[in-house]
Design a protein around this ligand. Structure first.
Ligand code: AMP
Ligand code: ZN
Length: 112
């Protein structure tokens, strides 16, 4: 999608610190990390956010969790949090579906 930051990152137009890539998804380090490990996993296909998941595109979400588990195993990360923000109240700043993967420090619950 035109003028979408994460579509541009997925297309390689804007560089990223890549963690994993295949034909469907890209994982890259967050530019403003909130934990020692903080990467984002995005579908290459533009989906605005969690509220736009439907019958047609939902398989990508299962696949993203598969990829997250694979990356975590490869990196020896045994404990992690996965977060997705949707809508202004949650602080979503990039309107392209993305899952934050955070690890490497104690985390509070509820997240605030
Ligand atoms: P959210 O606030 O949930 O929409 O998350 C957007 C995330 O994207 C934030 O954690 C930002 O730090 C991160 N971010 C923004 N621009 C970039 C970029 N160019 N490369 C990597 N991460 C980015
Ligand atoms: Zn996009």
């Amino acid at each position: 999608m035109e003028n979408c930051l994460f579509c541009k990152i997925a297309a390689g137009i804007i560089p990223s610190s890549k963690v994993y890539e295949d034909e469907r998804v890209l994982a890259f380090n967050d530019i403003d990390p909130q934990a020692p490990t903080h990467f984002l996993v995005i579908p290459k296909e533009h989906i605005t956010g969690a509220g736009e998941i439907n019958e047609e595109n939902s398989s990508i979400v299962a696949y993203i969790f598969e990829v997250i588990a694979k990356i975590a195993k490869e990196q020896g990360i045994e404990s992690y949090r996965v977060v997705t923000n949707y809508g202004v109240d949650t602080g979503q700043t990039v309107p392209h579906l993305h899952f934050h993967v955070l690890a490497g420090r104690d985390m509070t619950w509820p997240p605030g």
